[in-house]
Structures are given as C-alpha cells and as structure tokens.
Design a protein. Structure first.
Length: 292
C-alpha cells in the first residue's frame, strides 16, 4: 500500500506540473502573437530607411561621416576597444534560448580578442548579466528595465553613448548579439555589426529624389537613426524569440508530463490489479481450507 500511496502522490504532482506548463504555454502563445506583430510592423520602416541611406551614400560622403568611416586595425594605429551588445531575457524557462545567446556573445568576444581588441560588454537582460557576473567578467553597462516590450526610446538610450564613443574614435566597432526571429520555432542567435554603418548596395535605378537641404544634412540625421533602428529591431526580435522559445519549451514539458502520467497510471493500475488478485487468491485459499 505504501508504494501505491507514493504513486498517487507522484501522479498528483505531475498533474499539477502539467497544468502549470500548459498555462505557461498558453500565456507565451498570446504574448508571441503580439510580439510577432511588432516584428512585422518594424520591418518595412527599417527596409525603407536602409534603402534611403543606400541611395544617398557616395564614396566621397563615406569619408566625411564618422559613422561610415572604418578605422584601421589596432596594430596600425586604430582604436583598441570594441563593444558587444548582448540581448537576453529577464526570465528563464525558455529552453536553451539564453544559453545560445551567451555562447554566441562569448564566441564573438573571443574572436575580437584574438585580433587584439579590448572588448566592452554591454548586457541587456538578467540572464546574460547574471552569467557574466558569475564568471567574473566585467560589464561596461547592464540593464534589466527593458523587458519584453522594448520601445524606440530604449533603443535610443542604448545607442547614444556608443554612437558618441565611435564618432570620437574611442571604439573600433560595435556588434549586436540578438535572437533572429525567423519564425515561431526558428530563433537562432545572430551577430550583427552596428558600427561602422555598412550601406547596402544602391538600386540599379536611382529614384528621382529632390534633396533638400542636401545629402550631407540628411545623412547626419539618418545615420544615427539607422543605428538606433538596428538596435530596436534587435530588441523586438529577441523579445519575440523569447516568447517563441518559451512556448516551445513549455509545450515539450507538457507533452513529457503527459507521457510520464501514462507510465505512472499504468504502473499504479498493474500494482492495484496484482493486489486485488492476491486478495482473491487468499480468499479462495481460505474458503478451500474451511471446506476441508
């Protein structure tokens, strides 16, 4: 009987766990829909901004704008510092989501350090901050206030100091490590270069723009806006990817709990059946003994 009671307790425990994981799956699904809508809404603006810069930039202008200029490597007199922005979540229970982002950031920092850069790590999200504090890696900045609903103001706050440092020649490059939202089930970690700005190839046929006040003045406004937008898209895609990863993890946990329940119930039923059979055998044996 003691074993049967233990099985009942375990069945109740797994049932409660399955209810929790199922609820978390539903919540993550609801949040994912809203986050996915923000990702889709952000893409047309980013594409238009990128194409506008491509249409404006010329080789002559590239030399006049610090955000377009590529500094020489450290061994040739260039800046020795580089920055890596790592985006993770504030919460766990999302499978390997945060661990994959942290590994991606570590690989990027190691690659930069191999070519003699000193890397400043800017961590956004409790999971990344907690990991690097645990291993004793100093952080240039740390933020946990952005959460899973980032705004353009958050992106501007992250970008401004880095833009100034790069324009002043203190940084050689700025990289962003984020989760690329390809779909609800595909959110691979990715590294994107934020600075220097690399203009995409211009279209074969340039639109008939009437530029006023002029390309110089327009680029002085568009380039910082582009950097802020890149970081904003990284924040939005990482937030959506977090919900997608959590939904997948909770669905797997719910399915696994269901499989464990099936095994426990079969075990409990077999044990109860064996006990009933044993009791019947004892009754039959006792009745046969009385008849003799």
């Amino acid at each position: 009987m003691a074993k049967a009671r233990q099985l009942k307790r375990r069945i109740r425990s797994v049932q409660n766990t399955r209810k929790i994981t199922r609820t978390m799956e539903l919540v993550a699904t609801s949040k994912l829909r809203r986050a996915q809508s923000r990702v889709v809404a952000a893409r047309p603006y980013a594409e238009s901004l990128t194409q506008a810069i491509a249409d404006l930039v010329t080789p002559e202008l590239e030399e006049r704008f610090p955000l377009l200029r590529r500094p020489p490597p450290p061994d040739k007199g260039g800046p020795t510092r580089a920055a890596v922005i790592l985006l993770t979540s504030n919460r766990g229970l999302a499978g390997g989501f945060n661990a994959n982002l942290i590994r991606e950031a570590q690989a990027r920092m190691e690659a930069l350090e191999r070519v003699h850069y000193t890397v400043d790590l800017h961590a956004i999200g409790k999971k990344g901050i907690g990991y690097f504090k645990y291993i004793g890696r100093p952080l240039a900045s740390a933020r946990i206030d952005i959460g899973d609903k980032p705004t353009s103001a958050h992106a501007a706050e992250v970008a401004e100091a880095l833009i100034r440092a790069y324009a002043d020649g203190q940084l050689a490059r700025v990289d962003l490590v984020y989760a690329h939202f390809a779909s609800a089930i595909s959110t691979p970690p990715a590294t994107l270069r934020v600075l220097p700005v690399e203009p995409p190839a211009a279209r074969a046929r340039h639109p008939n723009y009437l530029l006023k006040p002029g390309p110089d003045e327009l680029l002085s406004e568009l380039l910082p806006l582009y950097v802020r937008n890149v970081i904003f898209r990284g924040l939005v895609e990482t937030a959506a990817s977090e919900h997608g990863a959590r939904r997948t993890a909770m669905k797997n946990a719910t399915d696994n709990a269901g499989e464990i329940l099936d095994v426990l119930r079969r075990t409990f039923n077999r044990q109860r059946q064996a006990q009933i059979t044993q009791e019947i055998a004892e009754i039959v044996g006792g009745a046969a003994a009385l008849e003799q």
